[in-house]
Design a protein around this ligand. Sequence first.
Ligand code: HC1
Length: 580
Amino acid sequence: LINIKIEGKPYQVEQGLTILEAARKCGYEIPTLCNFNKDECSLASCRVCLVEATGARGLVAACVYPVSEGMEIKISSPKATKARRISVELILSNHSFHCQQCDKNGHCELLHVAQMVGAREGKFFGEKSQTFVDDLSSSIVRDTSKCILCGRCVKRCVEAHGTGILGFEKRGFKTFVAPAGNRSFNESPCLLCGQCVNVCPTGALMEKSEISKVDEAMQAGKFVVVQTAPAVRAALGEEFGLPVGTPVTGKMVAALHRLGFDRVYDTNFGADLTIMEEATELLGRIKNGGALPMITSCSPGWVNYAEYFYPEVLDNLSSCKSPHQMQGAIIKSYFAKEKGIDPKDIFTVSIMPCTAKKHEKDRAEMEVNGLRDVDCVLTTRELARLIKRSGINFTKLPDEEYDQDIMGDYTGAGVIFGVTGGVMEAALRTAYKVLSGKEREPIEFTEVRGLEGIKEAEIDLGAAKIKVAVASGMKNAKVLLDQIKAGTSPYTFIEIMCCPGGCINGGGQPFVKPMLMPNEDDDIYETYRAKRAQALYSEDERQVLRQSHNNPQIKELYEKFLGEPNSHVAHELLHTHYNK
Ligand code: HC1
């Protein structure tokens, strides 16, 4: 420990901390915009955290300047206070103020920091930088008029995926952030995962909203069926002030009923169906000598990555569509038939924690007989906006059940899809039963749990042992993919999810911005993924049925409609292909 003083008061802090970190530990919040999560995004580019420190020449950026023995720090001196305010006023002078229309409203760190430093307006008027909007992709909108050049998105893209799609273009006052050559996200090898959106402090990066499509479908009298992804329930409550990790399945369903959807279903039904198809596909490949290791294909950001960067492994991907696409296809075929509804009159909405799902649903392959499997994808954040707009008092809602008819049943195996290792565990629960004829005791495969970037395990499936691996974040996936390319992969089955930690940390989930979450623990940015994951594991534990093959309505679907897993009909509706 070393001795420092802040505002004249003595403190002891660990050596090696920056002034910003040390001040936080002593109960001070120094405003910052470019520093987000320890050293992940610290570029000292915004100059908003300027303070006075003994031994330094002039003011220093607290986010990068280290504390040292005997240092005296002044945060609130007139000189430091004025400098911070001017830094923010400079940013405001080149910012577009359409706060009313901005979807980041309520989560905007620039507004928060402006308030902290007392900057009320941009004082340095003159020419503004040239700005443009890229809204060509289905997933993400980039509006440079709101960008403050903090560089968080640039850093996050590299940290999570090693792809570095975003970078600084041009110099000086003309600088902006964009994919290389200022191409659209659509025209660059962007995964559309939305990790950049999650760290953007302003509205410069946001999901492309599809709320108006839902409004139009309802107004046109369509039969509107909504499904909710596993990970949404683990985070939606955060939008309404509930602590991170509060599961809100029942309230979410109650809200969707009040919003007027004709049916409210859980994507977990589709996840159970995926397991039936994928486990059968895996066992078939093992028996018949198909491409191994087989790799899961439910994460669309990962599929984008494979198509752009690893076309050599596309044969290794499972041919299964992702759960919500499968469920959309079943709603427009089996459900429509059972209910006597013309599928053309059905409009399917998926609530997803993911921005890449918006792109996935628009892929040419994702339709059957000219009907799109899924018509519209809303992120968790968009659902929250829809609920707020409708005057629904979310935290006061009673818990309600998903609609029970036709596809109302789901198992715990489906729930855990939303966290890294969950798809693998769900598949192993069923593969064990198929291979050994018995249910595994205990049900859980804890070997594949946890938030590490790469996990591996040897699994005893009763009749055989297989080696499996799980990766999330493309930087980690790359390690496993290079082994496959080199012919040295020791695995039979691999789960890959695009976002670090899996869908609980998807690019459409509520923002985790420690500065705006004073009621959460100081280390919330370290712990939020584990808290959301726990929300899913606890829902799994509460389920009576925890293996996909025991879902009674899935059994009925096969008996009445699909025949058996991987049948001809199943292939037509539930499987897809990839583009090299
Ligand atoms: Fe996911 Fe999936 S788990 S991809 O992470 O396979 O987005 O939650 O819905 O489709 O079920 C996301 C989550 C989600 C699909 C399922």
